[in-house]
Design a binder for this molecule. Sequence first.
Ligand code: 5MM
Length: 338
Amino acid sequence: MTLNEIAKKMCAKGKGILAADESTGTIAKRFKSINVENLEKNRLNFRQTLFDASAMKDYIGGVILFDETIKQKTTLGPTIPELISKHGAIPGIKVDKGAKPLAGSHEETVTEGLDGLRERLKEYYSLGARFTKWRAVYKIAEKFPTSQSIKSNAHALARYAALVQEANMVPIVEPEVLMDGSHNIDKCYEVTTNVLNECYNELEIHKVDLKGTVLKPNMVIPGSECKNKSSSEEIAKKTLDCLKKNVPSEVPGIAFLSGGQSEIESSKNLNEINKINDSNFLITFSYGRGLQASALKEFGKDQNNIKNIQKAFNHRAKMNGLSSRGEWSEDLEKESAA
Ligand code: 5MM
């Protein structure tokens, strides 16, 4: 498959991406919330339960894994990447080494992980990965994000993407403008515009073939502490407008992060965006919390109740699959959960 074909398959209509790439520290927080010990066997058990669920075949185009997970063998027989491929989804891998304090602007971060990346990519390809992910993080506050943060993160994202294409994989470019803060939706629109512009400037400088990439952005949404709430219609309108103005049309797929929105909010907002999507972009989800929160709760109740864990995951994956077609509704949400 060409990189363009892989990107389209990851974001195919009715399907999206499962972001299961929590690093050991992040999964520790998730497990703490359900009183599960953060052991390798528990991480494997939770993840293989999701990757073997029936929704994988119908609603999941790709799964983003963490370094530990891509190297694991399931207790079902196959390795993790084999299990994912068996269900028709594409295995992918998070290759960044995390957001670290930015020298010169310590309250902001720059994502690291370029050293030795070319070699790591070879290994991940041999383990079955066909796409990768790198996340840059930007916070909104009075003086933030600085142009230093916007420029340094865009530069790193572009160097990452160029290396990934050289290794014959599709780079997911994830510039995440955080929801934290009291800013309004228009501020998020303005910052997201600046961030996207700088990213695509750098991607062009680094000769990245945009047809073989997927963008993973935030939605244009008010800060979580903002007093003026926005309707899904407004979020959809502003998000789509921002993407149409700032993302080059060669990009085949846009897969949103959920970023701390609830499961229902993230499905509803994605649905509204697709209802009015008049662009050529395939617009879908690449959710972590938005796809896993309910399943995680079930896992906390009983780690061995595969049926209930998979039922919760199947439901969310189906709802988001519908949202990627603009066919989700609150009624279907209730009917299918019953
Ligand atoms: C799954 O979480 C990923 C972050 O992991 P680390 O912080 O441990 O590196 C994250 O990049 C994720 O892929 C995206 O932010 C989407 O997740 P949400 O939960 O925002 O949909």
